[in-house]
Design a protein around this ligand. Structure first.
Ligand code: 5GP
Length: 191
């Protein structure tokens, strides 16, 4: 069996990565599996441990780094995030295309370790639109919103490091474009 693709999807907070991913996951032809990250962030309303993230304390996270259990890891607005490597490898060996939804520092680590990873960056239609989407989520104090916006501006400078850049003006269109990219890479890999 051919090993599945490793797909890295990044984009600033509030750009709608989650909604785009939900659309992509509906398409069985893409053989996608979502990599569940480990984080020290507290769960938001409705988030479930083992589904959205593995929510852990800092000591557990640091031990996972020491034990070499993470493919990549990064600190983002005061919390640690990382990708458990064993799950990703297991799924890829089963022929699944594994989707990592991670920020740019982690994406650069993956690019170094796995040069054949497929990297996609999602951009918002404008920074104003991004700000209003982050505020609309209404789950965080203004100080954190500002930090996320500052971070978003810095992250946007990294787009050139990605193989593809897709604008999320319309969720269906953005997910159709990403589906086409993934399908083409599945074809290339099987030739
Ligand atoms: P949030 O707190 O909004 O869920 O995520 C904050 C940022 O962390 C997002 O940009 C998200 O893509 C990123 N992120 C989530 N999981 C991981 C991970 O495993 N590794 C890295 N490097 N970033 C992650």
């Amino acid at each position: 069996m051919k090993k599945g693709l490793l797909i890295v999807l990044s984009g600033p907070s509030g750009v709608g990565k989650g909604t785009v991913i939900k659309e992509l996951m509906k398409n069985d032809d893409l053989k996608l599996s979502y990599s569940i990250s480990m984080t020290t962030r507290k769960p938001r309303n409705g988030e479930v441990d083992g589904v959205n993230y593995f929510f852990v304390d800092r000591d557990t996270f640091l031990k996972a780094i020491d034990d070499g259990e993470l493919l990549e890891h990064a600190e983002f607005v005061g919390n640690m995030y990382g990708t458990p490597v064993s799950y990703v490898e297991k799924l890829r060996n089963e022929g699944r295309n594994v989707l990592l939804e991670i920020e740019v520092q982690g994406a650069m680590q993956v690019k170094k370790k796995c040069p054949d990873a497929l990297s996609i960056f999602i951009i918002p239609p404008s920074m104003e639109e991004l700000a209003s989407r982050i505020r609309g989520r209404n789950s965080e104090p203004e100080e954190i919103v500002q930090q996320r916006l500052d971070k978003a501006k810095k992250e946007m400078e990294m787009v050139t490091q990605y193989k593809y850049v897709v604008c999320n003006d319309d969720v269906i269109l953005a997910s159709d474009i990403i589906s086409a990219i993934i399908k083409r890479h599945m074809q290339i890999k099987s030739n």
